[in-house]
Ligand binder design. Structure first.
Ligand code: ZN
Length: 260
């Protein structure tokens, strides 16, 4: 099992080593930590250096940060170029949907620029792209990625209309499900629609998946619940879903090692 998206550098986690130990003990083989701004990019790189072979870093720029400037895009690009060997993806980047900045046209324009820059970098440097593009922003992100010739990408915690989801899958990209697939009909529908070989799983911790786990911040081992739910929905073996989503994540991020 691989948690393809968790903000392990969050202040809500006080003991990364213990979380990694619990993850490994429950069969998590890899943990991808995406960056959202310069300091979390640095923290993700540090975590990857501290837990080699388990934690993998990505460097990005979150579209819903309270402040975002053109210079931040340059800084992200610079971090990606300087750390190519130490990261597995550019991200997360994307388009704002939640929060007060999302409604601002300037913010939307700047975020589109960031996605374009990140997509071009990922293509040129042969890295995956981690995309935050909820609901109707997904179609816009897809269009930018097509224009930039993106090859490997995941729409993280994917949610959009069916036509857009089909277009994303037709383009060969991955969609990611969280433990919300245990109960939320929208996510269950996505699990039915997407072929298993284009699904990866994530927790998006520290987000708390309250319906399944209460108020505690999500931990990587919780992807096992998403895997169990996907298996039940698709009428497949849990082991098959665990194995295939692991292979998918390894392909997406070009991680070393054989599959589970
Ligand atoms: Zn995230």
């Amino acid at each position: 099992m691989i948690d393809t998206h968790i903000h392990l550098d969050s202040a809500r986690y006080d003991d990364a080593a213990e979380i990694c130990r619990r993850a490994a003990a429950r069969g998590v083989e890899a943990i991808v930590v995406p960056g959202i701004d310069p300091s979390s990019n640095r923290a993700a790189l540090q975590l990857a250096a501290r837990f080699p072979g388990l934690v993998y870093a990505a460097a990005g720029l979150h579209p819903e940060l309270p402040a975002l400037e053109r210079l931040d895009i340059d800084a992200m690009a610079d971090t990606v170029r300087r750390n190519r060997a130490a990261i597995c993806a550019v991200g997360e980047v994307g388009l704002p949907y939640y929060g007060p900045a999302a409604g601002l046209p300037e913010r939307q324009a700047l975020a589109r620029e960031a996605v374009h820059c990140a997509a071009a970098l990922a293509r040129d440097m042969d890295l995956a792209l981690i995309v935050h593009a909820p609901h109707e922003t997904a179609a816009v992100a897809l269009q930018i990625m097509r224009g930039a010739g993106t090859r490997r990408a995941v729409f993280h915690w994917h949610k959009s209309d069916q036509a857009t989801t089909r277009a994303i899958l037709d383009a060969g990209f991955f969609v990611s499900l969280t433990p919300e697939v245990v109960w939320r009909e929208r996510d269950r529908e996505l699990a039915r629609l997407a072929p298993l070989d284009q699904i990866v799983v994530e927790t998006d911790g520290p987000y708390s998946h309250r319906r399944a786990f209460g108020d505690r911040p999500a931990e990587p081992w919780m992807v096992s619940e998403a895997i169990a739910a996907i298996a039940a929905i698709k009428g497949l073996d849990r082991a098959e879903v665990a194995g295939t989503t692991t292979v998918n994540a390894r392909k997406l991020f070009a991680l070393d090692g054989t599959d589970s």
